[in-house]
Design a protein around this ligand. Sequence first.
Ligand code: COA
Length: 167
Amino acid sequence: MTSGCDERAWLNEVVVGNMTQSDLDEVLAIEHQSFPSAWSRSSYERELRNRNSYYLTARHGDAVIGYFGMWVVLDEAHITTLAVHPSYRRRGLGAHLLAHLMELARRRGASRVTLEVREGNHAAIAMYRKFGFEPKGVLPGYYGDTKENGVVMWKVISSRGQTGHVH
Ligand SMILES: CC(C)(COP(=O)(O)OP(=O)(O)OC[C@H]1O[C@@H](n2cnc3c(N)ncnc32)[C@H](O)[C@@H]1OP(=O)(O)O)[C@@H](O)C(=O)NCCC(=O)NCCS
């Protein structure tokens, strides 16, 4: 039997941990290769100070190879960013990070998770759909740089009151 598990075994070597100021050079390098309008260093610095924010990086050896950001306010988690270094894409890391994010959201008391994504970002939309996110609305011209529409996606992760059972 060919094993998808073997192809993903490398993920066991990936360490996911809190993003710090010293990660920002590498984060910004990935950011510029991943988004038409990259966030600035000061945007990340502000996010790292936000007490409702969770910003984590994925490291392989010494290198930052991906990251995500999320806000959790009351029972709602909002994915603010998620990116994988171009050289590491299509090897399961995006899904690995998203699974980590969802678990963190659940542990922090979120019962639903939302995000906005560019309408033409088929890779990301496919990934979110695979995790059960559903498109619930369109934001016309949401992205100021290209005027591209934003798709709002949602996923319910647990009903209210269940979160206490998750450690
Ligand atoms: C979206 C992104 C994070 C996916 O990361 P990745 O590590 O390549 O994703 P994975 O290998 O874990 O793939 C997970 C699923 O996503 C989907 N997917 C990923 N890349 C895809 C592509 N190029 N085309 C179609 N589907 C794709 C597939 O459903 C895939 O599942 P599969 O491997 O079983 O087919 C990555 O492409 C990226 O960093 N893009 C730029 C930043 C970005 O757009 N972020 C999302 C903003 S909301």
